[in-house]
Design a protein around this ligand. Structure first.
Ligand SMILES: C[C@@H](C(=O)O)C(=O)SCCNC(=O)CCNC(=O)[C@H](O)C(C)(C)COP(=O)(O)OP(=O)(O)OC[C@H]1O[C@@H](n2cnc3c(N)ncnc32)[C@H](O)[C@@H]1OP(=O)(O)O
Length: 145
C-alpha cells in the first residue's frame, strides 16, 4: 500500500483553499466536486514533491463529517492506495482494524471503490482500490447517483 493523500475536513472550502495557498504554497488541482453519497464537497490541492491534500467540506448536518467540521475540522484521514481492496480489508480486519464503511462501487470519485477503517492511534484510514482508480486526480469527475 502507498500513501495517496491526507484528508482535511473544513468548514469553509474557499477559506481553506486560500489558506493552504498562502501558508504552504499548495495550489488547487481540481474543481470542487459534489459527492451526494458521501454528502461532501471535495477539492484536491497539490504541491510538487509534497503529499496531495484533499479538502472535505460537509454539504449539510447529515454528512459523515458534519460533526467533525462543527468541532473545528482538521486532519480527518490518511488515504492509502491498495491493489485489491477486499483481500486487503480482510487482512486488516484479521489484524484488529475496525472497519467503518465496507467497500461499495461508486462511493468515491469516478466509481472508485473505497473503505474507511480505524487503525489504532486515533487513525482514520481511507483505502482506495487501485484497479478502480480514476487515474490522475485532475481527471476526477462527480459521482452519479
Ligand atoms: C468523497 C470521498 C473520496 O474519498 O472520494 C471522501 O473523502 S469521503 C469523506 C467523507 N466520508 C467519511 O469520512 C466516511 C467515514 N467517516 C466517518 O464515518 C466519520 O467522519 C467519523 C470518522 C466516524 C468521524 O465522525 P464523527 O466526528 O461524527 O465521530 P464521533 O467523534 O462522534 O465518533 C463516532 C465513533 O467513532 C469513534 N472514532 C472517531 N474517530 C476515531 C478514530 N480516529 N479512531 C478510532 N475511533 C474513532 C468514536 O470513538 C465513536 O465511537 P463510539 O460510537 O464507539 O463511541
Amino acid at each position: 500500500m502507498k500513501i495517496d493523500h491526507v484528508g482535511i475536513v473544513v468548514g469553509s472550502m474557499a477559506k481553506a483553499i486560500d489558506q493552504w495557498q498562502t501558508y504552504f504554497g499548495y495550489r488547487q488541482a481540481t474543481e470542487p466536486v459534489l459527492n451526494t453519497r458521501q454528502k461532501v464537497v471535495v477539492v484536491f490541492l497539490e504541491k510538487p514533491g509534497s503529499l496531495p491534500v484533499k479538502l472535505v467540506e460537509p454539504t449539510g448536518p447529515d454528512s459523515p463529517v458534519a460533526a467533525f467540521a462543527r468541532r473545528g475540522g482538521g486532519l480527518h484521514h490518511l488515504c492509502f492506495l491498495c491493489d485489491e481492496l477486499e483481500p486487503e480489508l480482510d487482512r486488516l480486519k484479521q489484524a484488529g482494524a475496525r472497519v467503518l464503511t465496507e467497500p461499495q462501487p461508486g462511493e468515491a470519485f469516478a466509481n472508485e471503490k473505497i473503505a474507511f477503517l480505524f487503525a489504532g492511534q486515533g487513525l482514520n484510514i481511507e483505502l482506495i482500490d487501485t484497479l478502480t482508480r480514476a487515474g490522475r486526480i485532475g481527471s476526477q469527475r462527480p459521482v452519479e447517483d
